[in-house]
Design a protein around this ligand. Sequence first.
Ligand SMILES: Cc1cc2nc3c(=O)[nH]c(=O)nc-3n(C[C@H](O)[C@H](O)[C@H](O)COP(=O)(O)OP(=O)(O)OC[C@H]3O[C@@H](n4cnc5c(N)ncnc54)[C@H](O)[C@@H]3O)c2cc1C
Length: 502
Amino acid sequence: MTDFDVVVIGAGNGGLTAAASLTKAGFKTLLLERHNVPGGCATSFCRGRFEFEVALHQLSGYGQADNPGPLRGFLSQFGIPDRLEFVDMKNLYRLVLPGQLDITLPADREGTTQALVKQFPQDKKAIEGFIDLIYRTFMEHAAVFFQRDPEASAEKYPLMAKYSLQPTEEVMNEYFQNPLIKAALGIYWGYSGVPLSKLPFIDYATLYFAYLHWKPAYIRHGSQALSNALLEYILANGGQARFNCGARKILVEDGRVVGVETEYGDVIKAKAVVSNASSIDTYVELIDEEHVPQEQFKILAGQTVGPSSLTIFVGLDCEPHEVGINDTTNFIISDPDTDKQFASMSRLDTRDDYLLLSCYNLDDPQASPPGTSQVCIVDLKYAEPWLTLSPSEYLQVKFKAADGILQRVEEVFPGFRDHIEEIEVGTPLTHMRYTNSPGGAIYGFDQFAKNSNFFVPPTSPIKGLALAGAWAGPGGFQPSLMSGGSAARAIKRYLEQLGGGK
Ligand SMILES: Cc1cc2nc3c(=O)[nH]c(=O)nc-3n(C[C@H](O)[C@H](O)[C@H](O)COP(=O)(O)OP(=O)(O)OC[C@H]3O[C@@H](n4cnc5c(N)ncnc54)[C@H](O)[C@@H]3O)c2cc1C
């Protein structure tokens, strides 16, 4: 007699939507989370009178009631659109390269095209042609992979066939010479962590299409509100959840999942497991080695751990405009070359880093108490150099790095530092500690083409095990939330084969 049909390990985005989908399908489901709140990265914390958003800067793929994106459709099965308020952002972003470029792109195709043409009038035709290419390539990709056209062929979908795996920089070079246009159109590379010289054009086109067509969104009361709403759905539909209760082992017999052992030594019998822990933890720590086929270790060894973030959370004692912040999303760079921006992610210093500064109050005045502002600055960083620091060096390096970032922010927003009321700094080690993610990686493995689901299928060789979250596919909110749905479908098929399950 099993205790549960399915145990879901981890209450990050992927674990929450997997558990919600499984309870909705009628399976007896238990969610185990080592932390004391749901969400993983999708969470918040309090300092003084501020509640800081940890991760969500711009939600992709949600859309509006009359222009719904795929994520809205997916979350509506759990009643999320009726429970939470999603706020569309007016602009994609403002990008500042001090002394060289300062441009704001509105969150729609027409507005972005006009803003770029205004700044670079001599490149009007190339700008229009390139944005058209983004749309048409994405549409072809969607016809093949989402609508599953049975007659798909390279002749029928020539743009997809030609451009999908080509590096974005090469495609841009067919259209532009000016590095500033490439910077203005390419700054979202950081949302995948892969520089334009390596970013497959289809990933780039999908990213820009999602934000231009459906607009970036912010969730009123932050991503914690979404995590809480998903948990409430799970509990209201008969699911169970235990917090402060990590999984220590996934128990396997004869190549099949039979249960989970918690960190307290309790054994929970289950027919299936969804793991929202990293795939490295899942196969190396949670499952005893003799149950994992060698091939799985080879697959893991062929991948590299992606970037984490040096993140600064700031509460200002003034309204955003008093320090010149007039856009929610602001990128600050010191060089238009994304390879140089990428290289700085492996260093401890922050003088050349690619910075993303979000101030939520612009689109949501309730993001902090009246008369104040909530600001979050993300600087993508790999964990390696941080892992080599001694405890005494760590604090020194952390505060020096944060100071370097604040100096660069001050250049663009004079007076910023004088208005700091609260400040907290998280490093890759902080993200590691709170999410148990190797290297504190925020998108799972490096999102290079060779690591994508084109080449590395997310399926597990162990029967009754499915993975959900950033390590099972692309990282970010939209993919990790939707991955829980795919994992739940795989488990549902497995349990039905086993004989009913419900
Ligand atoms: C600073 C920052 C900014 C970001 N900005 C954006 C953005 O603007 N837009 C966007 O789309 N994405 C953004 N992201 C990325 C996005 O937040 C993540 O890719 C996504 O939330 C990862 O979800 P996940 O399902 O992989 O789970 P995770 O968030 O990694 O959570 C995994 C959960 O599993 C739990 N767990 C692990 N091991 C165990 C165990 N053994 N037992 C029990 N529980 C366990 C962990 O405690 C955690 O709660 C950002 C992330 C960060 C950190």
